[in-house]
Design a protein around this ligand. Structure first.
Ligand code: ADP
Ligand code: MG
Length: 206
């Protein structure tokens, strides 16, 4: 993936967040405060305005810009968390005009670690990490066995979907949903859901 494809992917993510705004907000209505879709649609709307100025930059700079825009325009937990994730992707990919799967996996790991540090969170707390961490592990394993980009993304997207299903089975211990405690069981996590949508788009372009 190069800058041109990356910018296309981010446009598609922005479109998807706008299209799924009500669905994501509805999920957050049940266990949070009903703003996840609104937050992401607004944040990626701001991101889109900046993309045309970034066509000549390297992927790293595009990702850092996305991250900074999300941090500065999205209120709520998901802005700083996704923002950190995109900034870490950018930092990890510095100097690379073309992103290969090993680069992506390394950057993905850095993003997860950044989100964990920022959110003081880990797997099993009913957050976006319950889709991200299994997705990254599945991609790593698939890539190690097949060296096939499409297969690796397919494995990652499947693991992310499974992670979303898993979030239905556990109580939240981080974020607003943790206020509900056990009553959050039975409902899928909005952030795990939005992440899965993003990964599916990136996989579709790879
Ligand atoms: P807010 O919770 O501030 O209203 P959003 O509704 O936009 O923000 O985002 C909620 C999502 O953020 C949750 O579904 C969850 O996936 C994620 N999240 C919240 N807190 C954390 C955390 N500490 N670590 C990781 N992810 C988190
Ligand atoms: Mg919310």
């Amino acid at each position: 993936m190069n800058t041109e494809k990356l910018i296309q992917a981010i446009h598609k993510i922005a479109e998807k967040m706008e299209a799924e705004k009500d669905f994501l907000t509805e999920l957050d209505n049940v266990i949070g405060d009903g703003d996840h879709g609104i937050n992401l649609a607004r944040g990626f709307g701001e991101v889109e305005k900046k993309l045309s100025d970034l066509a000549e930059k390297e992927p790293s700079d595009v990702l850092k810009s996305v991250g900074m825009t999300l941090v500065s325009t999205v209120g709520g937990a998901s802005g700083p968390l996704y923002g950190t994730g995109f900034m870490k992707l950018g930092m990890s990919l510095k100097g690379k005009a073309e992103i290969g799967m090993p680069d992506f996996l390394e950057a993905f790991q850095a993003a997860i670690e950044g989100i964990q540090a920022r959110g003081k969170s880990t797997k099993g707390e009913k957050t976006m990490l319950d889709a991200m961490i299994p997705a990254k592990e599945a991609m790593q394993e698939s890539w190690g066995g097949t060296q096939d980009v499409k297969a690796a993304f397919a494995a990652g997207v499947k693991a992310a979907y499974d992670g979303v299903e898993y979030t239905k089975t556990i109580a939240a211990t981080k974020g607003r949903a943790s206020y509900l405690g056990e009553r959050s069981i039975g409902h899928q996590d909005p952030g795990a859901t939005s992440f899965t949508m993003m990964l599916e788009i990136i996989g579709g372009m790879a």
